[in-house]
Ligand binder design. Structure first.
Ligand code: 13P
Length: 246
């Protein structure tokens, strides 16, 4: 059975003063699921000192290369050195803002796992894709292209994040989430066999304390990737509680 995980993605939010939120999340006892906060890289080292291993910390992107002349980029080993155990890869904002392709995401996932990190690979359709009835086709192509051959399934997490649900307050219906998560689970099994059943499938896009329990009740949903509601410990912990109490 897949591990259950609530992951926060702080995106480009957070200064030193906000580390109190990390401390508050780490101080709360979380039974029944893993808790992960993906912080801006600038906060990882200080965040790790506060978290003291009680929650996991992650980055939000890494370079495909281990090191080199790539001004401004961050390698997976650097994230690990700063205290990260996970890294988000292929988020739709990276795909849109930095023209990241499935092949680039797969290369980053390989680099991340090579440095010992868990790769949290994101995928999801645009509203145009959904309106055109192409959701399953698009997500299947992203799954095929963004998860590298030879991936270590024990260090892989998938996050389904419909682009149109991110930061909008709109969410798919439970049936729509179930359809995509079921297709992802089947797609993983077809490619990697029975061991793929253990890969956590997260839903992301406008997850809030008020809708988390209903989303977590959907088949094949093993947790959430939370943006805005992860910035404040009280909101984030309410979502953690909804999964832990499932
Ligand atoms: P919101 O929860 O703010 O919609 O963001 C979702 C997301 O993009 C998490 O990676």
């Amino acid at each position: 059975m897949a591990r259950r995980l609530v992951a926060g993605n702080w995106k480009m939010h957070g200064l030193g003063a906000d580390l109190a939120e990390v401390a508050a999340v780490a101080a709360a006892p979380a039974a029944g699921c893993e808790v992960l906060l993906c912080l801006p890289a600038t906060l990882l080292h200080r965040g790790a000192a506060l978290a003291q291993g009680r929650i996991a910390l992650g980055g939000q992107d890494c370079h495909r290369a281990g090191q080199g002349a790539h001004t401004g980029d961050i390698s997976a080993a650097m994230l690990a050195d700063a205290g990260a155990t996970h890294v988000i890869l292929g988020h739709s904002e990276r795909r849109a803002d930095h023209a990241e392709t499935d092949a680039m995401v797969a290369a980053k996932a390989q680099a991340a796992q090579g440095a010992g990190l868990v790769a949290v690979v994101c995928l999801g359709e645009t509203l145009g894709d959904r309106d055109a009835g192409r959701t399953l086709e698009v997500v299947a192509a992203q799954l095929a292209g963004s998860v590298p051959e030879g991936v270590d399934l024990a260090r892989l997490v998938l996050a389904y994040e419909p682009v149109w649900a991110i930061g909008t307050g709109r969410t798919p219906t439970e049936a729509q989430i179930a359809e995509v998560h079921g297709a992802l689970r089947a797609g993983l099994a077809a490619r990697f066999g029975a061991a793929a059943a253990d890969v956590p499938l997260l839903y992301g896009g406008s997850v809030k304390p008020g809708n988390a329990a209903a989303i977590f009740a959907v088949p094949d949903v093993d947790g959430a990737l939370v943006g805005g509601a992860s910035l404040k410990a009280a909101e984030f912990l309410a979502i953690v509680g909804a999964l832990a109490g499932r």
